[in-house]
Structure formats: structure tokens, C-alpha cells
Design a protein around this ligand. Structure first.
Ligand code: F6P
Length: 308
């Protein structure tokens, strides 16, 4: 997100537009936590994870009263354009806001490790997160291999299997379980049995939102059915959300930050800037949050074919 903030601030300055940062997202908008930003305020942040502006979930912004307060603060600070960095919740909120207050132009920049927004092949943070997962699971594989163990590794994704899917292929997982497709524990048993008998290690990648109930539930079922497997569960958790952004993420954030400011300058509003097939495309908020990116069935097929 820092790379996107840097791009927004510097693009605005490039076009002689005054620019301010809102701290802690919509909550900061309501509280008037608004700070002027200059070229130097975004120096040396492109390589840092997290966000210098901080973030937070705002219950108040879900209410018309909260959004009214936010609008008043923007007016008070002479703000007439907003670049909203976030995911589903952010764009749903932004969409309601512009319906009520159309004189504020809002353009979204997709920032979520979940990569679950329609209108963006990749969201900012996803590439960094999947590379963190790959590094961690490669290490886990060494224990699995040395001790002949089966590992259930849980990655983030409350509603989205995008992290599990891509990293599952990247680590050569034996199976992947994601919330978008109905997970059948018996199908998992079949897969584990169909594998090579002399295979010494197995990795099952599970997205946290998978409906049988996450890695511990699946681990319990496997331990009951196969008491002879040496089974372990590993939850990667919040390490997936931090760390040095990859070059892919920095470039994506830079391009989208520039595109967002230029779009506001050109009179756009109510849209999310995203990259589709490497081109900048603008998708209305309503569509970007309603039509989640879909799980690519081809990925599952490839994983199953290659992990024999
Ligand atoms: O941004 C969405 C997400 O990454 C989910 O995949 C995950 O469940 C959630 O964030 C974790 O959020 P929190 O830090 O609030 O537990």
C-alpha cells in the first residue's frame, strides 16, 4: 500500500493538485484525521510493507450518519477527490458514499492479499503474500520430507481461495482446498490414497475459509482415518500480510496509483482501477465487489496431475 500512497501523492503533485492523506481509512475521514502530504512525506516508503497512513475497519461509516460526518470533514478540508485503497469493504463503502455525495469523486485502488476483486487480475499485496507463503512452505516441506510427514498448511482467505490455489501449485501441494468449491473430505482421502505409495511427504494447502472448518478440522479427520500418517497442522497467519513488497507489487501499486489520480483529474468517479492483461481498466465499484474473481478450475487440474 505504501507504494500506492507514494504514487498517488507524487502524481497529484506532478499535476499541481494539492494532496492530503487520511489516516486509518474511513474512520479517519469521520474524525478529520487528515494530514497534508508532500513529496518528501512519501520518501523511502516504496520498500516498506503495511501502510504509513494506517488502516482500520469503520463501523460508523456503514451508517448514513457516519458517512455524513465523513463528507463534512472532506468539505471542511477542501477535498473533492478521493483515492480509496482497499478491498471489498472499502469499495462497498465508497459506492454508498458517492451515491449520497456525488460531488466527491472517488476512484478505488485494489489492495488486498486475497486477490478476490473482479476487474483486477492481481490486487496489491497478493504477490508479496504468495511469495511469503512459498518461502514458508518450502521450509515446512523440508521437515515433511525428512520426517515422512503429512502437513496441512492453512493460508489466509476467509472467502477467497486465491492464495491457496496459486501457492498450492507453487509448492507442489498434493491437494488444495478452497472456499469457492465444495470441499469433500472423502475426495481428499481418495487423492491421498491415489498418490505414490513411496512418497515420503505430503502437503495439503487449505484456505482458512474452506467450509469443512479450516486446517485443524481437516487434520483431525485425516488423523482419525489414517492414524499411521505422521500428521501436523501449520497455520501461517499474519506473516502473510507483512514484509517487503515484491517488485511486482511495487510496480502494480505505482501504475494503479498514477492511473487513479489521472482518472479523477479526467472526471471519473465510482470506479476501481485494475490491471487486466497488463492494461489499466476501470470497473464500476458495484461490479468489482459483486462479481468475485473466480477460481480457475484449470489450476486444480494441474495441481492434481503434477503431484502424483
Ligand atoms: O483482507 C482479508 C484477509 O486477508 C482475510 O483473508 C483474512 O481472513 C483476514 O484478512 C484477516 O483479518 P484480521 O487481521 O482482521 O484477522
Amino acid at each position: 500500500m505504501n507504494a500506492a500512497i507514494r504514487a498517488v501523492v507524487r502524481t497529484a503533485i506532478f499535476y499541481d493538485i494539492e494532496v492530503a492523506g487520511i489516516r486509518r481509512g474511513f474512520e479517519g475521514m469521520i474524525n478529520g484525521d487528515i494530514i497534508p502530504m508532500g513529496t518528501k512525506s512519501v520518501s523511502n516508503i516504496i520498500q516498506r510493507g503495511g501502510t504509513i497512513l494506517k488502516t482500520g475497519r469503520s463501523e460508523q461509516f456503514r451508517t448514513p450518519e457516519g458517512r455524513k460526518l465523513a463528507y463534512e470533514q472532506l468539505k471542511k478540508n477542501d477535498i473533492d477527490g478521493l483515492v480509496a485503497l482497499g478491498g471489498n469493504g472499502t469499495f462497498k463503502g465508497a459506492n454508498e458514499f458517492i451515491t449520497e455525495y456525488p460531488d466527491i469523486a472517488v476512484i478505488g485502488v485494489p489492495c488486498t492479499i486475497d486477490n478476490d476483486l473482479f476487474g483486477a487480475d492481481f490486487t496489491i499485496g497478493y504477490d508479496t503474500a504468495i511469495n511469503t507463503v512459498i518461502e514458508a512452505v518450502d521450509k515446512i516441506r523440508e521437515t515433511a520430507e525428512s520426517h515422512d510427514r503429512l502437513f496441512i498448511v492453512e493460508v489466509m482467505g476467509r472467502d477467497s481461495g486465491m492464495i491457496a490455489l496459486r501457492t498450492g501449485m507453487g509448492v507442489g501441494a498434493e491437494a488444495i482446498m478452497v472456499p469457492e468449491t465444495k470441499s469433500d473430505i472423502n475426495a481428499l482421502f481418495d487423492r491421498l490414497e491415489r498418490g505414490r505409495k513411496d512418497k515420503t511427504s505430503k502437503i495439503v494447502m487449505v484456505a482458512e475459509g474452506d467450509e469443512p472448518g479450516g486446517a485443524f478440522e481437516i487434520g483431525r479427520a485425516i488423523m482419525e482415518r489414517y492414524p499411521h500418517y505422521d500428521t501436523r497442522v501449520s497455520i501461517l497467519g499474519h506473516i502473510q500480510r507483512g514484509g517487503k513488497p515484491t517488485c511486482m507489487d511495487r510496480v502494480l501499486a505505482s501504475r494503479l496509483g498514477v492511473a487513479a489520480v489521472e482518472a479523477i483529474k479526467d472526471g471519473h468517479t465510482g470506479e476501481m482501477a485494475g490491471l487486466i492483461h497488463n492494461d489499466i481498466v476501470f470497473t464500476p465499484f458495484g461490479q468489482s465487489v459483486k462479481h468475485h474473481s473466480e477460481v480457475n478450475a484449470e489450476f486444480i487440474r494441474i495441481v492434481e496431475m503434477l503431484s502424483l
